[in-house]
Write a protein that binds this ligand. Structure first.
Ligand code: UDP
Length: 239
């Protein structure tokens, strides 16, 4: 089957990697996520991954303890590096080649982000994991996903969430909530739907980068998306 999306930017939150736990990483969940990544790779999809850090630390959570917000955000970005190097190892243990490019370099641990190198890696079938978000405090890894997606000329940003798309209301709290099949950027803004934070969202809108919100743990959802099937919710300019 032909691919609709050849190069993708996948975004996982840190929480997606902690499984049923309350903190940190869950080995089975990591393996499950990497199983889906491998299935995408086997189809010939070029994959960049932005991973969050909320399973370990978020900058805002330490405020009031005498720690500056910027320090908290540096701690949050370092949490994403922990997740990224773990993910890289699990990807490699599945027989694929993977590298971490980080917006914060840690000698011997993660190389600095270099867009030309990254594009070559992707074209060669290596899976690139982006760490440390944008490298700047007061941003989120959603914004990093939008930014890296645009930078690497991805065909789409795939945002993995706990629910299988964008709903009219929180489906956990409201049984009558229904899923949108597709939305335009303007509809998301008008309806104040929480797809990504606004900075991330506006970056995607300005660069006409489509976003698909989907459930990574729904069997082969990502595979169906790259093959052009209707899965989750698509946000685009509607053109
Ligand atoms: N962060 C940051 N700048 C960025 C990306 C992340 O300062 O460009 C920090 C911020 O403190 C954030 C934390 O890293 O709370 C973890 O990222 P995020 O909350 O986006 O992770 P997720 O919710 O996706 O797991």
């Amino acid at each position: 089957m032909a691919l609709k999306y050849k190069r993708i930017l996948l975004k996982f939150s840190g929480e997606a990697l902690m499984g049923k736990g309350q903190f940190g990483l869950d080995a089975d969940t990591l393996k499950q996520v990497v199983g889906e990544v491998k299935a995408l790779h086997d189809l010939g999809v070029e994959i960049g991954i932005v991973v969050g850090g909320g399973n370990i630390f978020r900058g805002a959570q330490i405020q009031g303890a005498g720690i500056q917000r910027t320090t908290g955000d540096h701690m949050g970005m370092m949490a994403t590096v922990i997740n990224a190097i773990a993910l890289r190892d699990v990807i490699e243990s599945a027989g694929l080649s993977s590298s971490v490019y980080s917006a914060m370099t840690i000698e011997g641990v993660s190389s600095g982000f270099n867009v030309n190198e990254v594009k070559k890696q992707l074209a060669n079938g290596n899976i690139v994991v982006f760490a440390a978000g944008t490298g700047s405090p007061f941003f989120t890894t959603d914004t990093a996903a939008a930014l890296r997606g645009v930078e690497i000329d991805a065909d789409i940003v795939l945002k993995a969430t706990k629910v299988d798309g964008i709903y009219t209301a929180d489906p956990v709290k409201d049984a009558s909530a229904t899923r949108y099949q597709s939305l335009t950027y303007d509809q998301v803004i008008q309806k104040n739907l929480q797809v990504m934070d606004m900075t991330a969202f506006v970056l995607c809108r300005d660069h006409k980068m489509p976003i698909r919100v989907f459930d990574m743990f729904k069997d082969h959802a990502a595979i169906r998306i790259v093959q052009g099937e209707d899965e989750g919710t698509l946000v685009s300019s509607g053109e």
